[in-house]
Design a protein around this ligand. Structure first.
Ligand SMILES: [Fe+2]
Length: 281
């Protein structure tokens, strides 16, 4: 079982105290926000499951016995939380790949995690589409990484609303225990480690999607992506950076709606609205 250790931030979408934020946080409680998201071009449900290179097994094993990385027993699909199902089906965002949905159901994922993974996957599709052919990436791998990067929070649900990086190696181990290839499972372990010298463009794009979904801008990360693209295309770094900036600015414009969508999903299973957390992944 592969593991990797890294630190990661808590993605507190309700606390825009990071630099380069573009999110205005308007309409944070807008129940129709996701439907109004200008980025939702495929709200009718584009099936991108064919883009998912996962080979996960949603048969329903006990994760603890296989991975030994967490305390929680996964729940069966038939017992899926209606709130999780709403996170999968609420209009406005592209659907998660069907095998990822099956896995999250089987694991009894908290609804907020399902919503977060769907939002980040949605943004990853948009990012790749906007970048176009200029970037040589493994599209299926990037999208799978976006759809599963925080899956380890099933095992460490406290990291949905608080700091912690235990979910990262745990997520990779969990995916590996379900038969996912190492090259795809690695995103779960590496999405918070973009400053590594050996970070690949695929990994960096997953990380980028995991930030810009909520309007967060990370200049160092964007510079690194621009440098890799420029080296591959022969363009000037500054020109790529400016084009990337335009793309990310456009994507960030839908952040408030995505934040509202995620906030509607409970951070734990079967909880009441009065228990809603202020923080989120
Ligand atoms: Fe995330």
């Amino acid at each position: 079982m592969n593991t990797a250790n890294q630190s990661s931030e808590t993605e507190n979408a309700a606390n825009n105290d990071t630099t380069h934020e573009t999110t205005t946080n308007k309409n944070a409680a807008n129940e129709n926000g996701a439907n109004e998201n200008g980025a939702n071009r495929n709200a009718t449900g584009e099936d991108i499951s064919s883009e998912n290179a996962a080979d996960s097994d949603a048969a329903g094993e006990d994760v603890r016995s296989e991975s030994g990385v967490g305390p929680r027993r996964p729940r069966r699909g038939a017992d899926s939380d209606p709130a999780l199902e709403r996170a999968f089906s609420e209009p406005g965002l592209r659907p998660l790949p069907s095998d990822v949905v099956a896995l999250l159901r089987d694991l009894g994922a908290p609804p907020r995690l399902g919503a977060h993974l769907r939002a980040v996957h949605h943004v990853a599709v948009e990012l790749l589409d906007r970048l176009g052919e200029a970037v040589d990436v493994d599209r299926a791998a990037v999208l799978f990484g976006a759809a599963t990067h925080d899956i380890g929070k099933v095992l460490f649900p406290g990291e949905l609303t608080g700091a912690g990086a235990e979910h990262e190696p745990a997520g990779e181990a969990l995916l590996r225990s379900r038969g996912v290839e190492a090259r795809l499972a690695r995103f779960a372990a590496l999405h918070g480690r973009w400053e590594r010298d050996d970070a690949t463009i695929d990994e960096l794009l997953v990380t980028l999607a995991d930030k810009v979904w909520k309007g967060r801008r990370e200049a160092g990360l964007e510079q690194k992506v621009a440098e890799i693209i420029a080296a591959a295309t022969g363009e000037a770094v500054w020109a790529v950076y400016m084009r990337l900036d335009d793309i990310l600015t456009a994507i960030a414009g839908g952040a408030d709606d995505r934040l509202a969508f995620q906030a509607r999903a409970a951070a734990s299973m079967k909880r009441t609205t009065t228990e809603e957390d202020e923080t989120m992944i």
